[in-house]
Structures are given as structure tokens and as C-alpha cells.
Ligand binder design. Sequence first.
Ligand SMILES: *Cc1c(COP(=O)(O)O)cnc(C)c1O
Length: 246
Amino acid sequence: MSDSDSRKRTMEPLITEAIAKRVQSILMKIRSAEEKAGRSVGTVRLVAVTKTVTVEHIAEGVRAGLSVLGENRVQEALPKIAAFTQMPVHWHFIGQLQRRKVRSVIGPFDLIHSMDSLELAQEIDRRAGEAGRRQNVLLEVNIGKEPTKAGFHPDDVVRSIPLMAHLSHTCIKGLMTIPPPTADPDSARPYFRKLRDLARQISALDLPTVRMDELSMGMSNDYEVAIEEGATLVRIGTAIFGARHV
Ligand SMILES: *Cc1c(COP(=O)(O)O)cnc(C)c1O
């Protein structure tokens, strides 16, 4: 059976199965992955990735237990956030963030997963300061050193972090990565491990304003492996809402 066959077979039923069922099943799989890894229950949070998903379908997921939602485009996210102000949900920004859009994400988003350069860090800090806030962020690391991908180069991140430690309106909470695409989830494991090692090295610097509490890694295809390697935030879209067509 080829790879694409096995993918089709696991993805097909998702289209007909209810969103609520998939949410329940993923929450259970997260719990068992925590247990299997010898981690305490509740140490991993599900970030449901809602890009391209309608407000109605998102609401179905929220009623089924989703509480953290991830979006990667500012324009698409803001009206959705406005539609959910009465619901107990938190929004995370997970996409590439242009500097001119920074002002719009300060406030609506509790956590920015994708701080990918020093320049962006400075802009976030400046805009958060203007808004009288302290913005929680993760540093995105281009763990596979892919030329087309955003993020700090893994060899630079430990050196760059002290340059951000003085930012007074930014709270660095951890690291995020999107590993290179792999045929099977286990091939992503070395990348997840590498991100965890980087977080350890950064922790050892003992910078007062930098914490390494969060590791945002793992998506629909590989979140269980990511949890075994220490993920605290898994970003899952397709496995909840079905394949995206745009
Ligand atoms: C779309 C997206 C995801 C979710 O991917 P799935 O494979 O659909 O689970 C996770 N992280 C980021 C940054 C994304 O853009």
C-alpha cells in the first residue's frame, strides 16, 4: 500500500464523521499519548487550527470541547474572533506575521507562535507597549534549515535569544516548529527532539525574562510522536475539520 493510499484511507471517513466525534477522539488520543510518555494528564493543550473553517463548524468544535483556536491569517481571523466573544475560547496566531499586521494581532491573540526574526520581535514589543500590554510569544525555529521556511535558524537561536531578553512588553514562553514534511510520523521525531534540546540550552542561559515552558510542535499527522518528545501545544486542523480545499 502506497503512502498516499494509506493517507486516503485514514482521511476519507473524516469528511462524513461529525466534528464533535473527532474532537473527542483527538482529546482522548492526546491523553493516552501523555500517559504513554509518562507525562501528567493535562500537560498538552490542543490548539484547533481553524483556517478556512466556517464559524458554524468552529462553533461545533467549541461545543465539543475545543478551547484554544489557531489562525494563520489576520484578515481571516479577526471576524471569526469577533463572532466568538461570548464563548470561552482563546485565540493563538500561528502563521507568518508581517510587520505591518502586528498592530492588529496585539490584543485579540493570547499567544503568537510564529515570532520568526529579531525585527519582528522589536515590532511586537513596540506595538504591545503602545497598547499597554505584554504579549506572549513563541520563537519559531526552522528546525530542518529549509531555505523556503520562516523561522530562526537552529544554529542562531541560542545566540539570538539574549538580544530579545530586554524587551519589556514581550514574554517569550517557548519555541515552535514545523518540521520538514516526512512520509511517516516517526521520521519527524529527530526534529522534535532537536527543538526540545534547543529549549533546554536556552533554559540553561537562565535569562530572567525568558521561559521555556511551551513547545509548540506536532500537527494532524504526527502529534502523538510530538507529545512523546515533549510537545505542550499541538496544532491540529485537518484531523478535526477535514481536508482543506483552498
Ligand atoms: C495549518 C497549520 C497547522 C495544522 O495542520 P494540519 O496538518 O491540518 O493539522 C498547524 N500549524 C500551522 C502553522 C499551520 O499553518
